[in-house]
Design a protein around this ligand. Structure first.
Ligand SMILES: [Zn+2]
Length: 341
């Protein structure tokens, strides 16, 4: 590993995207400080629409654990009050004249409220609490996948204002899209062109384990590492080591183990980087025949340490300031602090 300040171009083997790694710019990174916001939050906030007692303030309830009514829930899923897409938007639109194209935007946009507690962080959920969040992901993924309008499902979590969270109460979101986004199509195309004993992603995971220089840890089922051409500083993937079934067909034990690996990874980011805002994304293949065999699902954690600037917006190429190998060194320092999680 070089420790000089020269930049290099790395190519993401899963997308072909290039990323500029510019360690010389790392001096620009502001000291990473946590806002400490959670410690100042109340256990229940009477003004929060996601807190128990305020169920009537949310839109249609889609799911809850345990099933029932009232305020005694542990996880609750509701339709997003301000949806990007909605199931009933298949109305006829007036076609624009000229070179423009438009159409209806049917789909799904749901909110998964992860705990009745307003002040808890996902890393503070116990095994059962985290498992129930993942069970909810699994159930809502299945419901979206069964919707003939939906071609691709993304589940994600925005933590903090830099990650675009507008409500502090712990929650994730699910969006069911009526088309397959270009980035996802490209990943599937590259993965489908790979002819090996195992899917390209699984091959990459095993190579990361063998190489070790970007690996945080690996268990029998999952590996946590900073990908070679990470497009974000200190980005982490929690990826399976075997070909998993589609996310909605995962068995409880495999889901539980994913929860443990995910919590450790999130806790590591919080400890090592000073509790930064972050996005967690459950990256899944599109709902196309055979896609999950070529492109297994995996978890992606993106700490929000920099924002896209004019350069990124102009050309769609990311600049990162920390080499993946150096990011791992920094993250691993905090491993003792997440022991036992
Ligand atoms: Zn709340």
């Amino acid at each position: 590993m070089r420790d000089d300040p020269y930049s290099e171009l790395r190519t993401d083997p899963l997308t072909g995207d290039r990323v500029i790694v510019a360690p010389g710019r790392a001096e620009r990174l502001q000291p990473l400080g946590g806002s400490g916001r959670r410690s100042r939050l109340p256990r229940i906030d009477p003004t929060c629409p996601f807190c128990p007692g305020n169920e009537a303030e949310t839109t249609t309830e889609l799911y809850r654990l345990p099933p029932g009514q009232g305020t005694a829930w542990r996880v609750r899923v509701v339709a997003n009050k301000y949806p990007a897409l909605s199931p009933d938007s298949a109305m006829e639109l007036a076609a624009p004249s000229g070179p423009w194209e438009a159409g209806p935007a049917p789909g799904r946009h749901e909110v998964i409220v992860e705990s009745p507690r307003h002040d808890v962080s996902v890393t503070e959920l116990d095994d059962e609490g985290l498992f129930e969040v993942l069970v909810s992901y699994r159930g809502r993924f299945a419901a979206a996948a069964a919707d003939p309008q939906v071609m691709h499902v993304v589940i994600f979590r925005n933590q903090g204002p830099l990650a675009n969270a507008t409500i502090l109460h712990p929650h994730s979101q699910l969006v069911g899209l009526p088309f397959v986004p270009d980035l996802i199509s490209r990943k599937l195309e590259v993965s489908s062109a790979h002819h090996g004993e195992r899917a390209l992603l699984l091959e990459l995971v095993e190579r990361e384990i063998e190489d070790g220089s970007r690996l945080i840890e690996a268990s029998e089922c999952y590996a946590t590492f900073v990908p070679y051409a990470a497009a974000h500083d200190h980005e982490l993937w929690v990826a399976p080591r075997f070909l998993p079934p589609r996310f909605d067909r995962l068995d409880d034990q495999t889901l539980r183990e994913f929860g443990v690996a995910l919590r450790r990874a999130l806790a590591l980011v919080a400890e090592a980087l000073g509790d930064p805002d972050y996005n967690f994304i459950l990256q899944t293949p599109p709902l196309l025949e055979g896609a999950e065999a070529a492109l297994p699902w995996y978890g992606q954690i993106i700490p929000r340490q920099t924002v896209a600037a004019g350069f990124e917006l102009a050309v769609g190429v990311r600049i990162v300031e920390t080499r993946a190998e150096e990011a791992v060194e920094r993250l691993k320092i905090a491993l003792p602090k997440v022991a036992g999680l």
